[in-house]
Design a protein around this ligand. Sequence first.
Ligand code: FE2
Length: 231
Amino acid sequence: MPHWLSTPHWSSDIPLDTPHPRLDALKERGFVRLEDLADPIPESEYLALEYMDWKSGGDTNFAPIATADGELDCRGFWKPGDERPDKGGRFTSNAERCPCIKNYVEAVDADFGRVRVIKLEPQDYDTALSQIHRDDNNRFNPPDQGWVVRSWLELTDNPDSFMVLMEHGDDGLPRRDTEVHVPLHRGSQFVVDTQRLWHVVCHSGSAPRYALISSFESGPVLERWIESRLP
Ligand SMILES: [Fe+2]
């Protein structure tokens, strides 16, 4: 069967093997599901945010909650002449409108970079697969510092929607035989090495789906946070 993507693909050359310290919890599969968040984040926290037009993995808008300089900007960490790794994030004006979300991120206690709420319009499975990609999370991250990974907290309730994850193949494209689905009901929480795994969301609902995505530095603090939330 021919692959549904072709090379060269912009994700294919993003580094995979580097000396950065990694999390044991992600070693085997590249992702880990945590127990569902007990108390849902109130709808008012994510509907009242300021969203920006920014496309990633489909028809998306993003509300930046932490950025490189605290400005409402989706790309701030890689400003020409002021390139920084995706760490040391500073809260934006949006953070004042979502105290529960801000508390959630701070309670992890690990170094965080960009923190954003994603708003994704519905897209079927085939459309999603055409948008699958790997992230460039560790650009400018010194190799002796922890590998940057991402956490998800699902804000809306879409039990029939799911994130598709696949390992990287020798041909530089996602490997279908490694495909897994992570369910996206409200409160679903998981940590993914989105630089290692190809990822995208299939969203079958009729209204947009919202999720909190945060970049965190791998290390003992994040490892302990994950361990304390395993199902
Ligand atoms: Fe991504």
